[in-house]
Design a protein around this ligand. Structure first.
Ligand SMILES: Cc1cc2nc3c(=O)[nH]c(=O)nc-3n(C[C@H](O)[C@H](O)[C@H](O)COP(=O)(O)O)c2cc1C
Ligand code: SF4
Ligand code: SF4
Length: 308
């Protein structure tokens, strides 16, 4: 059986989860191709694969523009099973309907949308989770990944709730996609910039060019926050979003947050999410090997990798 992951990821959370899922597919004998989406880089045709997984971070209760663009480019692939894998900073149910629009696009192209898997990973915008929260989220993901990968490989159908209220809310917030290119044009590097070029290297949109040792931001920003997150000097000012800027990779490897250390914001929802994952058996060991990668984003850091 052949499977493919198409993954858009700004700051590496979705990439981290999807690589571990893809690794599980490989272990289960699924010949797996892994594609990290970058603007302007070709990606393989999904026809000819038995399983298709599309990974993305939730952006304003929606899927980011590059994911919608990918689905719009596809030809018909009648009956091919497709799953969505999404990550988001909080476990609120409003995030569920972020795949309503991509699911409609996939169904229009004949795919059978068989389900979605939602992982909570640390915020890359709004506020910084503690490293303990990041570690607990990752431990929860590791418990879920073998079962979720198996469900996808076996073609299980996992319907998800898409009530009309949630759909309407998600629809209203699509405004973020229209606004981001304009907001992104006001991104700037401050005098703290050391001219290392890392922001340009990690931008999945190729939206940053270096001029005279300083980054210049273009019109293709999708608000993934990779430039601000990975800047070693915390020099990227993100215009209207600057107050929500998060800088610096999380450590996922330390001690997970204890119950009393779970952040107060959305506390009940995090507790519910952790309790469900932690009822599953612990993972044998964290997968280390990357799956057979058809394409990986050059220069994009998987989350948690120390900054050079
Ligand atoms: C522009 C933007 C909007 C976001 N909107 C949401 C949201 O609506 N709900 C949520 O729970 N998290 C939201 N997040 C947080 C991300 O979904 C979360 O941190 C995700 O794991 C990042 O994945 P990545 O590292 O693969 O880019 C948002 C992040 C960004 C940058
Ligand atoms: S990553 Fe930061 S320090 Fe490096 S070029 Fe970009 S703004 Fe300047
Ligand atoms: S400019 Fe920054 S926020 Fe915008 S797409 Fe590039 S890396 Fe993401």
């Amino acid at each position: 059986m052949k499977g493919i992951f198409y993954v858009f990821s700004g700051t590496g959370n979705t990439d981290k989860v999807c690589r571990a899922l893809a690794d599980e597919w490989q272990k289960r004998g699924v010949e797996t191709t892994y594609v990290r989406l970058r603007r302007g880089e070709p990606s393989p045709d999904p026809r000819g694969f038995d399983r298709v997984a599309v990974g993305y971070p939730v952006h304003a209760f929606n899927a980011p523009e590059p994911v919608l663009d990918l689905l719009k480019r596809w030809e018909r692939a009648d009956g091919t099973l497709l799953y969505f894998v999404k990550t988001s900073g909080e476990p609120v149910r409003l995030n569920d309907c972020s795949c309503a629009r991509p699911a409609a696009l996939a169904q229009k192209r004949g795919f059978t949308v068989a389900g979605e898997f939602h992982y909570v990973m640390p915020y890359n915008i709004i506020f910084r989770h503690s490293d303990g929260m990041a570690a607990r989220m990752w431990q929860a993901a590791l418990r879920r990944i073998p079962g979720d990968a198996a469900a996808m490989a076996e073609g299980k159908k996992t319907p998800w709730p898409h009530g009309p209220f949630k759909r309407a809310f998600s629809f209203a917030l699509r405004i973020e996609q229209a606004a981001m290119p304009h907001i992104g044009r006001h991104f700037r590097a401050t005098e703290r910039c050391v001219g290392c070029g890392k922001c340009a290297k990690v931008c999945p949109q190729g939206n940053i060019r270096m001029e005279d040792g300083r980054p210049v931001f273009g019109r293709s920003c999708v608000g993934c926050m990779a430039c601000a997150f990975y800047c070693p000097a915390d020099a990227v000012k993100t215009g209207l979003l600057n107050g929500w800027r998060v800088n610096g990779a999380y450590s996922f490897e330390g001690a997970p947050a204890a119950d009393g250390e779970i952040c107060r914001y959305c506390n009940k929802a995090y507790r519910r999410y952790f309790a469900a994952a932690e009822a599953l058996p612990p993972p044998a060991a964290e997968p280390q090997t990357a799956p057979q990668a058809a394409e990986a984003a050059p220069g994009a850091d998987p989350a948690g990798r120390p900054q050079s």
